[in-house]
Structure formats: C-alpha cells, structure tokens
Design a protein around this ligand. Structure first.
Ligand SMILES: Cc1ncc(COP(=O)(O)O)c(C=O)c1O
Length: 385
C-alpha cells in the first residue's frame, strides 16, 4: 500500500495538506493588486510569529542566503564580530563573516555543548574598546540538537551596556520555540521557510531593529541582491526589487493563518512537550542523547548510534519498511549520531509512529530493548497534558 513518507529529518519538514493545496493556486502578477494584498497579509502574520514591530524583509532564498544578508548589510570589512561556533550552521555564519573580510572571534564549543550566557558576558566585558560590533548566535544548532538561551544573552547584553547588536539564526527554531524579538531586544532575526513555517524551502527572512538599521546606514559592504534598504523600500509599495517566490507566499499566508489559529504559545508548548517526550523515549530505550541535556533542543534530537549498528542500515530500514525518514550526523558526526526532527506540522501522535518504528528497526538490527518501551515513555509524557 502506498502511504505518505513521514519526513523527520531536521528540516525541511512535513507540509500540511492545507498548505500543499494553497501552493497549487494559479500564479498572479507580482506587480498587481492581488500580490499587494498577499504580501501585506504575510508581513502582518510574520510580525506575529517573530513577535516584533521591527521591519521584516523577505527574500527568495535559502536560510544561508538570509544569513549572508545579515553579514553584508550590518558590517564593513575589518569589523569584529563574536560568533558562537557549535556546529555546522553556526560555523557557517562565522565563515560567511570571514569570507567578507570580517574579523570573527570564534567562540568554539565542543559539539553537543551549549554556549552559556556567562561565557559571552566574559568576552564582552573584556572588550573595553567596544570593538565587537555584534554577537551572532544560533537559537538552535541543528547539527547537534542544542538550544541557546537567547533571552538570557540579550538581557545580559543590555545589562552590561555593550554596544554590540545581537544577530540570531532562528532557522530551525522560529515558530517552534519561544522567541520574543521585541521583548528580549533581539536586533536581527534570520529564518527560513522550510522548518517551523511548514513550507518548502525557498524563502529567507530577516527582522531588523532600529538599532540594526543604524548599522545598515554605516555599512560599506558591497551588496545588491541582499540590500536591506532596497528590499525595504520595495516592500513598502508591496513589491520586490526582483521577482519574488510568489507561490511560496501563497503557502506562507496559509501557514501563518494556521499558526495564528493555534496561537504561538500553543505552538511553542506543543514543541516543548514533543521534545520532552522524544528525549524520555530515547533514554527509556537505553539510547544516549548527544546534546547537553539542560540545553537539549525541542525541535531536533541527536542520538548516539548504538554500538554495532550502522547509521545507513538504520536509516534505510526506517525509510523502506516504515516510510520514516531521519537525518544522519553532519561532517565529523557522520556515522556517529542520528537526528530526529520534530518541528513544524507535528502532532504528538506522530511521535508514536516515529519512535515506535525506531524501536522496531533497532530490534531488527540486533539492539536489545523491550518492544513498547518508547510508546510507554511517550505516553507518560503526553498523558499529563
Ligand atoms: C540553524 C540553521 N542555520 C542555517 C541553516 C541553513 O539553511 P539553508 O539550508 O536553508 O541554507 C540551517 C539548515 O538546516 C539551519 O538549521
């Protein structure tokens, strides 16, 4: 029997039918009145999801493109930034900065460990001359399944009175875990369509605070496609400097409608309970979580490969027998861990299927665990709600 694959890589995520249907609408003129209405609805909805009154800029791009947009708009060659490096994606931000001639202070952590507020505070306190122009952090490092305390960092930065702006990669956390852009004072938030927003890849997003706009004014970095000022100006008249991803905006409108109907607090709570359930099931099965537990992400769980089981065999069995797709370890973690994405359009009942299939596949591959262990652990977590 044919059934739909359950996509549990750490993004792109499963797309709900409502959104899939909205993506099949006939195209409209991106310079016509229907587009104006579409774009303004999307911007209003995005502000609710980002929890901000700041400008939100939309790009036809991947998430990495939107990260690069922050670098080329906020800084000038030779500027110094502090970037936490916790995995592939936060390393990427540092690398983009270096490629553009920034002096990047890399705060490198062992993969699986979180960067703590005090560690950033200590570096900022030493920077008496105020050289550091920005602190760049992922809210969620998808490589290792680590969540960073953005609220704590942001509040600390205001408290110590450092002039650096805070730039947050929320690509695998927006619309999943709490993010209060304005209340916490986050200057720039970068995200993308294919994770919490439940869309296909292809839209990059940036929210830009007043303080950040001042940096844009000072920045001498060359840019055209990513030019925040040009995009903002066009978006004020419901246009883009180039052809936007119109079809994805149909989907975005639908996704934002779904998130608003559920309510952001409920969306966050759903991810939090599911994250906890997955971790409880992992531990009950005798598996080992890769990430530091107090900072474990509620959108992706990284798990050490059990001894004598090969990632490729596990992933292949899950895909072919159970129609469930999981992610592997990236770069140096290849073959060492596997990752289960649980973000976006997920219901806790989905995790019964995923964790139950994982348990069956592991048993088939020789792992010793009593069948039903994962389900029991999930039930104990979910039944309380
Ligand atoms: C935290 C984070 N940052 C950046 C990226 C890169 O986004 P993209 O693959 O859309 O360029 C990803 C992708 O998974 C991510 O999870």
């Amino acid at each position: 029997m044919e059934r739909r694959q359950m996509l549990h890589i750490p993004g792109p995520t499963n797309i709900p039918d409502r959104i899939l249907r909205s993506l099949s609408q006939p195209l409209i003129n991106h310079r016509g009145p229907e587009f104006e209405a579409l774009l303004s609805t999307c911007v209003v909805g995005l502000k609710k999801v980002f929890r901000t009154e700041n400008d939100i800029l939309i790009f036809p791009s991947s998430g990495s493109g939107a990260l690069e947009s922050a670098i080329v708009n906020l800084f000038s060659p030779g500027d110094t930034i502090l970037a936490a490096c916790l995995g592939v994606f936060s390393d990427r931000m540092a690398e983009i900065g270096e490629k553009h001639g920034l002096n990047v202070i890399r705060l490198t952590m062992d993969w699986g460990k979180a960067v703590k507020v005090e560690e950033i505070e200590a570096i900022l306190n030493k920077d008496q001359e105020g050289k550091i122009k920005a602190v760049c952090l992922p809210q969620n490092e998808t490589t290792t399944g680590i969540g960073i305390d953005i609220e704590g960092v942001s509040k600390m930065m205001r408290r110590v009175g450092h002039e650096a702006i805070l730039v947050v990669d929320a690509i695998s956390s927006l619309a999943c875990v709490p993010l209060e852009t304005d209340a916490w004072g986050v200057d720039v938030v970068i995200s993308a369509s294919q994770k919490g927003l439940m869309l296909p890849p292809g839209i990059g997003l940036a929210s830009v605070s007043e303080r950040a706009w001042k940096r844009v004014e000072q920045s001498t970095m060359p840019r055209w496609y990513w030019d925040y000022k040009a995009v903002k100006k066009s978006m004020t008249t419901s246009q883009f400097p180039y052809t936007p991803a119109t079809t994805l905006l149909f989907g975005l409108k639908e996704a934002l409608g779904m998130l608003t109907e559920e309510g952001m607090e409920k969306v966050w709570e759903r991810h939090q309970v599911i994250g906890k359930g997955v971790r409880n099931a992992v531990e009950a099965m005798g598996l080992t979580l890769f990430a530091e537990k107090e900072y474990a992400s509620d959108t992706v769980t990284a798990i050490l490969m059990p001894e004598n089981i090969k990632y490729k065999e596990l992933a292949e069995l899950l895909r072919t027998r159970y129609d469930i797709v999981i992610g592997g370890g990236l770069q140096k973690l290849q073959g060492q861990i596997f990752r289960i994405g649980h973000m976006g359009a997920i219901h806790f009942m989905d995790m019964y299927a995923v964790m139950g299939a994982l348990e069956m596949a592991l048993v088939q591959l020789g792992y010793e665990v009593e069948l039903g262990t994962a389900a029991a652990a999930l039930a104990k977590t979910f039944i309380k709600k």
